[in-house]
Design a protein around this ligand. Sequence first.
Ligand SMILES: C[S@@+](CC[C@H](N)C(=O)[O-])C[C@H]1O[C@@H](n2cnc3c(N)ncnc32)[C@H](O)[C@@H]1O
Length: 210
Amino acid sequence: MSEVRPPLEDPRLDYPATQRNREAILAVLREVLPAQGTVLELASGSGQHVAFFASALPQLRWQPSDHDPSVFASIAAWTADLDNVAAPLQIDATSPTWPLGPDLACDAVICANMIHISPWAACLGLLDGVSGCLREAGPLCLYGPFMRGGVHTAPSNEAFDHSLRSRDPSWGVRDLDVVEQAAAQRGLVLDRVFEMPANNLTVVLRRTKR
Ligand SMILES: C[S@@+](CC[C@H](N)C(=O)[O-])C[C@H]1O[C@@H](n2cnc3c(N)ncnc32)[C@H](O)[C@@H]1O
């Protein structure tokens, strides 16, 4: 008698926004990432971004991560066919030490949609950690909504900011000037700002000489 197996549950999470913004982010990454090396992704979430970027840029090695291990099965499933993507690491941006080991100096770091959906300490922790692991001149790419000069750039971002703060008062859309200042204090200087669809930005900072 043939065996009847129950259908296996698909572990892949689907974040619709990620599918909408991935082409625009990839266009920026093509401009700013180095030709070769290791790209660390912080706050990988579902893993859809790293799967898409690693497939489009196969000459780079990709290291996904998140502070929440419950998303690791999704990241692993989305990237299962890609031999240039490592298994996800548990990295909490607020942790003073990141489990990268001495061998994993990064040539670039990317982080989408995290610094406004977490306390300000996560942004500062991210900048601290990146300043320690990013090679000189390497880019840190931050994607998401930002205020500029203390002002929202669109009513939709202002409404989003209110909804974030009502969910958790420590969350909220960050001001690019404040992020830039905190980054500069950690040896990361603002290089370029890309206007993105839906009133988002991709902000590129670069590691200065230590
Ligand atoms: C809105 S999701 C974005 C996921 C993905 N980057 C994207 O754009 O589709 C925010 C992610 O940030 C992660 N996150 C929140 N706080 C974090 C922290 N302190 N360190 C690392 N990741 C964090 C969450 O677990 C979640 O996966």
